[in-house]
Design a protein around this ligand. Structure first.
Ligand SMILES: Cc1cc2nc3c(=O)[nH]c(=O)nc-3n(C[C@H](O)[C@H](O)[C@H](O)COP(=O)(O)OP(=O)(O)OC[C@H]3O[C@@H](n4cnc5c(N)ncnc54)[C@H](O)[C@@H]3O)c2cc1C
Length: 367
């Protein structure tokens, strides 16, 4: 899905580049452009080949173990080849480093913090995927026209505002005809995410149903939010004993009762029944229930014996921000340019791409 709320002059260039590298032309005019994982794999490969032809290099299985910083200035990076049977580390010297680490590189955040790179806590969101038979969502959105051949799998976007707590509950990353997938990146921790293939013709539709978490909700330390995500992923792993996911029917979640039957789902790894009220802290489960109770009355089919929660979904965005100045540089480390979702300045594919272009242009303007 390439929709974004960000508006930018770079947008046209990004979409044209994606089409030139194999994405569907439809994304140039569709108001909710979608590529799909199957096509995206080809686009990414083509983009990589283009970059290599222009003189760029890709180093797979290579960890940036350290950023070399002297007197508040970047001097280079230390890299480690993860495939080598012996420890091979190499210093590569540069005075400008664009760091696009994504939102889950917890060891890299800690390494930057150790060097004193300025970061701050930021809000994020936690919850679970909600999955329905696709036909239920198509009926919710299209009514009796739901099986019309000209209609694609239906999408939705739901929000609920808990005014007393100034907290939002919202659907996110809706995947019509899509699948729920495992998104773990650390040993001993598990979580889910969602995606669709280009045809969006799977039997199920899913989206994340998440509750906003305020910057210091889980503690005042810089990494309190990140540690909370980590604990939740590990707790889930310990309950299941592997990289599966927990499930609960939506009606049972509202009643605080474990689902005592198997469910049908697009998720292909192990699913274990669990009362998610016991997984999440009260602030998350209470707000999810408030929102779901409201949608039960207002959205046909949304809460039903066919609608299930599968979770947890912990990584909707970065829990910290690597703060930049107006030139796109870290505010206290010269030559370090934190970009994309990991820097806390983007929340999806297109906004991360826009951020990359923007910071590269800012950096070149000051060289
Ligand atoms: C299953 C799934 C589906 C998604 N679907 C969508 C969607 O439909 N639409 C959308 O807009 N967004 C979607 N997203 C989110 C989207 O992928 C991210 O917002 C986007 O990729 C962020 O781009 P980025 O370049 O900032 O970071 P990333 O794409 O996360 O890239 C960061 C890279 O840095 C690497 N890295 C981190 N630390 C180090 C280190 N120390 N050394 C070496 N390498 C390092 C990581 O391995 C990673 O490859 C989805 C995410 C997932 C997991």
């Amino acid at each position: 899905k390439l929709n974004t709320r960000v508006k930018s002059g770079y947008m046209n260039k990004i979409f044209l580049e994606l089409v030139a590298n194999g994405a569907q032309e439809q994304i140039l005019w569709d108001y909710k452009p979608h590529v799909g994982t199957d096509v995206l794999k080809i686009v990414v490969k083509n983009l990589r080949e283009k970059i290599i032809n222009l003189g760029g290099e890709f180093h797979f299985n290579t960890l940036i173990k350290d950023v070399i910083i002297l007197d508040g200035k970047v001097k280079g990076i230390k890299i480690q080849n993860l495939k080598s049977p012996i420890l091979v580390e190499e210093n590569v010297l540069f005075d400008h480093v664009m760091l696009a680490i994504g939102h889950s590189s917890r060891d890299t955040y800690r390494m930057l913090h150790k060097h004193g790179v300025f970061m701050e806590n930021k809000p994020f969101a936690i919850g679970a995927r909600i999955e329905h038979p696709r036909v239920d969502i198509d009926t919710m959105q299209y009514g009796k026209m739901c099986s019309h051949p000209n209609l694609e799998a239906a999408t939705y976007s739901l929000t609920y505002n808990n005014r007393d707590e100034e907290r939002g509950v919202f659907s996110f990353c809706m995947c019509p005809g899509g699948v729920i997938v495992n998104a773990a990146s650390q040993e001993g921790g598990t979580l889910v995410n969602g995606m669709s293939y280009s045809q969006r013709d799977g039997r199920f539709s899913n989206s994340a149903l998440v509750v906003g978490v305020k910057a210091n909700e889980f503690g005042d330390e810089l990494f309190s939010g990140m540690e909370y995500q980590d604990q939740l992923e590990k707790k889930t792993y310990d309950i299941i004993g592997n990289y599966g996911a927990l499930y609960q029917n939506t009606l049972d979640f509202l009643k605080g009762k474990t689902t005592n039957r198997k469910i049908e789902s697009s998720y292909e790894m192990e699913l274990k029944s669990y009362d998610l009220n016991n997984l999440f802290p009260e602030v998350i489960s209470k707000n999810m229930k408030m929102a779901m109770g409201y949608w039960e009355k207002t959205q046909r089919n949304f809460i039903s014996e066919h609608a299930n929660l599968i979770g947890p979904e912990t990584r909707t965005s970065a829990p910290v921000k690597v703060t930049r100045n107006e030139f796109g540089e870290s505010i206290n480390t010269k030559g370090l340019y934190p970009i994309g979702e990991g820097a806390g300045y983007a929340g999806g594919i297109i906004s991360a791409a826009i951020d990359g272009f923007k910071v590269v242009d800012l950096a070149f303007a000051t060289l």
